[in-house]
Design a protein around this ligand. Sequence first.
Ligand code: IPM
Ligand code: MG
Length: 352
Amino acid sequence: MEIAVLAGDGIGPEIMEQALAVLDALKLPEVTLWHGDVGGAGYKKHGHPLPPETLEMAQQADAVLFGSVGDPDCDNLERHLRPEQAILGLRQALTLFANLRPATLFPGLEDLSALRPEVARQIDLLIVRELNGDVYFGEKGMRTLDDGRRQGYDFMSYAEDEVRRIAHIAFRAAQGRKGKLCSVDKANVLETSQLWRDVVVEVSAEYPDVELSHMYVDNAAMQLVRSPGQFDVVVTGNLFGDILSDQASMCVGSIGLLASASLGETQTAFGTKGLFEPIHGSAPDIAGQGKANPMAMILSLAMMLRHSFSLEEEAARIEAAVAKALADGVKGGDLGGSAGTAEIGAAVLERL
Ligand code: IPM
Ligand code: MG
């Protein structure tokens, strides 16, 4: 089991350290860790946010464990050299088109949600976000119009096969949960979304056991805070999924608790190859202070064990240890508590 460990920028290295301690404690046989530079750290050391040696490492590995990228020092670089390009580049190079972002309320955290506790308690959903297409990867640029005005543009599109493959992932995920799938789009305005909806309907014929509904993204944003309990699996495009998953994180209390898996179709000897990362960013304002909550990173490790190494039992053990630590009141600053990074990591280890 070869794992590319890409800690990245900001709080990435400190939270990664805690996740690796948890991995170590599991005493799994034959784990090999490769460490690579990525993001601002990659740029500073090798002149590129996704240095060729890091990409190569990610390509060779059975799974990628990813911290976070983003460094204010790099914000004025040309776009292709900015830290964020590392994660976009990996998603594209490894064809990781399916991003799974579960959002579940941990018992005891009802009061920390931005929603009323009785509403927050209902949250148990999975956002399946398409990750290789949409406006993220279309032609983009800046140009000057004939009358001298500057114009920025980003081309939005989805090809039917791109929609079909993510739809299959979402329908199958719904089969493994409560059997409900809500496809989120903006078909009342966008042709891209009309195609999305048509293809999702076509695919639904193969899943008569899944109850399919459609929702416009603006309504979905509203429903997510009004009554999140109505959602089981949500499938949506890259841009809408980016936004809705941050929103969902606040509904469960903190973005410091949400993990994600990015999967493609590559099967290794152990499971589905993927990249696993917290959905939060590099939080440069608190980096290096030992304050960051490593729970989302630790939960990302659990997702890696589940999806890439078929170690469901170990994954569940980690998730239970995190839930137990939270229930016992171990809370980082993001949850209104005072526990530091190392303390939270140790608390999870103790409960493993
Ligand atoms: C995410 C992030 C990324 C995205 C950024 C860092 C490029 O916000 O994973 O949600 O927009 O996909
Ligand atoms: Mg995002």
